[in-house]
Design a protein around this ligand. Sequence first.
Ligand code: M6R
Length: 367
Amino acid sequence: EKGGYEHFMIKEIHEQPQAIFDSLRGRLDPESLNITLSGLDKIKDKLINARRVIIVACGTSWHAGLLAEYWIEELCRLNVEVEYASEFRYRNPIITSDDVIIAISQSGETADTLVALENAKAQGATIFGIVNVVGSSIARISDAGIYTHAGPEIGVASTKAFSAQLTVLLLFAIKLAEFKNSTSEEIRKQLTKELSTVPEKVKYILDSTIENIKVIAKKYQGATDFLFLGRGYNFPIALEGALKLKEISYIHAEGYPAAEMKHGPIALVDETLPVVFVATKDRVHEKIVSNMQEIKARSGKLISVVTEDDQLAISLSDEHIKIPASHEMIAPILAVIPLQILSYYVGIERQIDVDRPRNLAKSVTVE
Ligand code: M6R
């Protein structure tokens, strides 16, 4: 059942090229670069006229939502808010029939997300579900949606479901930008083209980084804390890297926007603290490189995920993991893969039951 792998988690990490491919199949035509999303067509007018989009989710799915906020705002020029379902449902939020709620859930059964949607629906909002489990409660309550085609995810840590969510959310943003005419056709086509190459790039990352990451995992598995830093599109990936490490290794980890560390967390930095930078080349790259210099000046240990030709970032780092160059909006989908692998091997080094870490359930059906 684990197909020759030792754990479901590592099997599912390896299934990501397929999960992403399956989530694109029939939706992105690699020849014409046209995108077809029947779920989106169904609420096209609602979306075009929406006052705002509110994304509701928990955990890793919330991180996918945070990245979707950046994408949708950039490409669709539409207001997006991202909410933890548990906060949203108890806060008496202001919701109108001009709001579209995007629910993101692997299981489709997360109690807080489900109840948040029921409340929003009762107030007239339209619900758009991005769900992995067909026919689940969240899928059923949605007015329309797009399934992620990740296949069953057994490991408690979400890996392939996350990359499939990102794939579908980026398809959504590009298609909505087409409807709203908010991004040039040239940029949309460029993104679509690059998105179609993500499965092979993820495969390349799996083939080329694992041995190096195993060595890094061994070296840092004794650390008591980790910091994960990113900016822009890579900030949600820093959060996801930290969550993954906490779940699977029981090491305390925090994800932070790299520039925000000056406002507190930099006090933690000394020669015992590994700091993982998600630092692929993008519009804020120069800024994150100066954040790397700040950590280095305080003797923190720099582990960075970098674009493969980035000599400057590589020279600053104690350890580096190279990923292929890509459009800055696509890079986060690639950058998360090494972080999943890192948490898996740190967990293995620490002899944790990575598929069933303590205190966690695969789907949280109680609040
Ligand atoms: O099934 P869902 O996507 O609604 O689950 C949400 C979270 O419980 C889930 O992502 C959780 O954070 C994972 N264990 C993360 O790896």
